[in-house]
Design a protein around this ligand. Structure first.
Ligand code: ADP
Ligand code: MG
Ligand code: ZN
Length: 480
């Protein structure tokens, strides 16, 4: 590629609180439209906002976790614009004194560390939601104010990303951090986490940035990757043709797979920011900052390293395990219960648990097989063998029963009584002279065939190791 890609990201995360930012209305997702509103979040005259302490605390926590400098004096500003989903005609946000400035996120891209600087972290309120009827000739749109006033955290990066891969890693890492510190559920399908991407190109080696294009309202990480790929090729074609890329805001059209101009710089909004007169300024004392610091759990990047150093998990596996806080918790619980077997559990989780979660499109928190149940399965695995253990696992998912209950019910305990197996081996050898002859002729498949026959009779319960030993002993004595 002829040009260097420069990308910055703005992330909006709805904060996990029971009530809205300035009133007591519920933030519950998916209720009947306009059932969670009051004069405050509808912007009726004469009302006054009251700050939600939990939302403020969550913002502080995010700013601390993102290594920001905390502004001990912070206040809110009115960002004025007219839109039907914004009943007050201004959004209460922060412009001059954000909760946090100048932080960073450390991430891993293709095995290498990279730091993305955070410009600022600030707190603001959500707008409502417009609902446009499906019928193209409908002459109206509807508005749902349930979302209006839900606390929203905005996290703005510096233009530090240089590839789509870095953007993907940043989004994933940031999402993990927010989940780890428990400030947002980050459910993209419910709009709890959204992105806006700014992208520009410049000649390699250039020290000035090119004009950026901002793409708004990206509801999934996939959409971010797709629109960036589209924009990078669109801008690079323009530059190749000697055209100037305009400073503009575009929207991503998912259905057509193109970005479209929304507005250019000339008609950019003048938000007329000024300090919100209805809210007092806030001071955050050092004690609160220190208390907050103490509540930040181990973050994914260091947790990954610890899994490698202390639990002998490969770096690749540790990356997968720590990508989801709850999956990492699940893994650690398993290891804690059995006080070992970390390799065994990481295999089960990465291969089997994740496959089931993906197939079922569920989170590990909702998975029927609890860490305790998986630990029990791993414990009894030596008595049933690997292939039966897989069957038991599937049965545990279907029935919710414990491994030992299933093994008992289905009589699945592995046969590893040598003399009992020896009798069967003798019988199988007698019944399959052709295979025995083949074995004598050096055909390796013959052994596998004989073991297969034995497994059929024993319903897979014969201990394969003992079986192999018995067959090779006996067959070699025959062929002599
Ligand atoms: P504004 O104040 O107009 O919103 P900012 O300078 O705050 O603009 O930048 C908004 C976003 O755009 C940030 O995420 C930033 O990293 C990114 N950005 C700024 N300049 C560029 C550029 N030249 N190319 C790509 N991204 C940029
Ligand atoms: Mg912005
Ligand atoms: Zn309200």
């Amino acid at each position: 590629m002829k040009y260097e890609v420069v990308i910055g990201l703005e992330t909006h995360a709805e904060l996990d609180t029971e009530s809205k930012l300035f009133c007591g209305c519920s933030t519950k997702f998916g209720s009947e439209p306009n059932t969670q509103t009051c004069p405050v979040c509808l912007g009726l005259p004469g009302v006054l906002p009251v700050m939600n302490k939990k939302a403020f605390g969550h913002s502080l926590k995010a700013a601390v976790a993102l290594h920001c400098e905390i502004n001990q004096f912070t206040n809110f500003d009115r960002k004025s614009y007219y839109y039907p989903d914004l009943p007050k005609n201004y959004q209460t946000s922060q412009n001059y004194f954000n909760i946090g400035d100048n932080g960073y996120v450390d991430m891993v891209v293709a095995g290498k560390g990279k730091r993305i600087d955070i410009h600022n972290v600030h707190l603001e309120e959500e707008a409502g939601k417009l609902i446009h009827p499906e019928a193209s000739d409908a002459k109206y749109s509807l508005v749902d104010f349930n979302r209006a006033g839900v606390p929203l955290l905005e996290i703005v990066t510096q233009p530090d990303m240089r590839s789509i891969e870095e953007v993907e890693s940043y989004m994933q890492t940031l999402r993990n951090i927010l989940l780890y510190i428990g400030v947002s559920d980050c459910k993209m399908q419910e709009g709890s986490l959204r992105f806006e991407a700014s992208v520009s190109l410049r000649e390699h080696g250039s020290t000035v940035f090119g004009n950026r294009v901002e793409i708004k309202n990206l509801n999934s990480m996939k959409a971010v990757s797709k629109v960036l790929a589209y924009e990078i090729s669109r801008q690079s074609n323009m530059l190749d043709d000697g055209k100037e890329v305009l400073l503009e805001t575009r929207l991503w059209d998912e259905a057509d797979g193109v970005s479209r101009r929304m507005r250019t710089k000339e008609d950019a909004h003048d938000y007329r920011y000024f300090p919100e007169p209805d809210l007092v300024p806030f001071s955050i004392n050092q004690e609160w900052i220190d208390e907050t610091k103490a509540t930040i759990p181990e973050l994914p990047v260091s947790r990954r390293q610890r899994f490698v150093d202390e639990l002998s998990v490969s770096d690749y596996d540790a990356g997968i395990l720590t990508e989801d806080k709850f999956l990492a918790d699940y893994f650690e619980e398993c290891v804690a219960i059995s006080q070992d077997s970390s390799k065994e559990f990481s295999n089960w989780i990465i291969n089997d648990v994740l496959r089931e979660l993906n197939d079922r499109k569920i989170n590990v928190q909702d998975f029927v097989v609890s860490p305790k149940m998986l630990a029990e399965l791993v414990k009894i695995k030596p008595t049933i063998g690997s292939s039966i253990a897989k069957e038991v696992f599937a049965e545990m998912i279907n029935t919710g029963k414990s491994a030992s209950a299933i093994v008992k019910e289905k009589d699945l305990t592995q046969m590893d009584d040598t003399s009992e197996l020896n009798d069967i081996v003798i019988k199988i050898i007698e019944e399959n002279p052709k295979a025995v002859e083949d074995y004598g002729l050096g055909k390796k498949n013959a052994l596998a065939f004989l073991i297969g026959q034995t497994m059929k009779i024993t319903k897979g319960k014969a201990n394969p190791k003992i079986l192999t030993e018995l067959f090779t002993q006996r067959l070699s004595s025959i062929s002599k």
